[in-house]
Write a protein that binds this ligand. Structure first.
Ligand code: ATP
Ligand code: PRP
Ligand code: MG
Length: 208
């Protein structure tokens, strides 16, 4: 049995066509079902539905053989303990700094609100900017509006969320997409099954 960890929402939606090409169609729809383990049309493959930030943890400990996770999440988790064999090119966006449109450029010291604490620390350290990081779990865009922070580090796609809150994108930290990650032991123990799935995904991606 191969267990694949995916998060509900955009990753699941965008991964579905890839999975389908490999003959994997979940029997229940996670939008309507409360089940956390989904059987699929392949008896040797099941999906576990978890929070996006938990995917690397499940895969690292072997609770799932493989998973699909955003590069933002992998950077923050530290991905040395996982194989990352494939860029699936789904859920693409940018990790950026953003600030109020009238705010001055970032200087030597800055207060940053983000859920990407490790990544933000590293980014500002490399620029020689002293950053006081405030950890948030969401709605980062609010922080500059209420004086909690000078800027944020968050994901930007269309830019609509920033715009709707009077913020503007400033500097690109990294282009983000979702990656296939594989547990290291599973890669050895279940090599054939995993490799053939990797080949399938690769074939589908090459056609895009
Ligand atoms: P939760 O809703 O459980 O708190 P989440 O907000 O991280 O988690 P999603 O919004 O589904 O869950 O994001 C999952 C992944 O999709 C992110 O890690 C990122 O890689 C990517 N992503 C997030 N927001 C966007 C976006 N607006 N456009 C494109 N990709 C995105
Ligand atoms: C994500 C991200 C940004 C927004 C960026 O939020 O955290 O807020 O998308 O996308 P945009 O540039 O197209 O506006 P999401 O929609 O996932 O909501 P969430 O707060 O529930 O994570
Ligand atoms: Mg989100």
């Amino acid at each position: 049995m191969l267990t694949i960890a995916v998060s509900k929402g955009r990753i699941y939606e965008e991964a579905l066509p890839l999975l389908e090409e490999a003959g994997i169609r979940p029997v229940d729809d996670p939008k309507t079902s409360r089940k956390l383990i989904l059987q699929t049309t392949r008896d040797d493959v099941q999906l576990v539905i978890i929070r996006a930030t938990d995917v690397p943890t499940f895969v690292e400990y072997g609770a799932a053989d493989m998973g699909i996770a955003g590069k933002d999440v992998l950077l923050e988790h530290g991905a040395e303990s996982l194989y990352e064999p494939l860029d699936l090119n789904i859920a693409t966006c940018r990790l950026m700094t953003a600030a109020h449109k009238d705010a001055p450029d970032i200087s030597r010291r800055v207060r940053v609100a983000t859920k990407y604490v490790k990544t933000a620390k590293k980014y500002f350290a490399e620029l020689g900017i002293q950053a006081d990081i405030i950890k948030l779990y969401g709605s980062m865009e609010l922080a500059p509006l209420v004086g909690l922070a000078d800027c944020i580090v968050d994901l930007v796609d269309t830019g609509n969320t920033l715009k709707a809150n009077g913020l503007e994108p400033r500097d690109l930290i990294m282009n983000i997409s979702s990656r296939l990650v594989v547990n290291k032991a599973a890669m050895k123990m279940k090599h054939q099954a995993i490799q053939s799935l990797l080949d399938q995904f690769e074939k589908t991606l090459a056609k895009r």
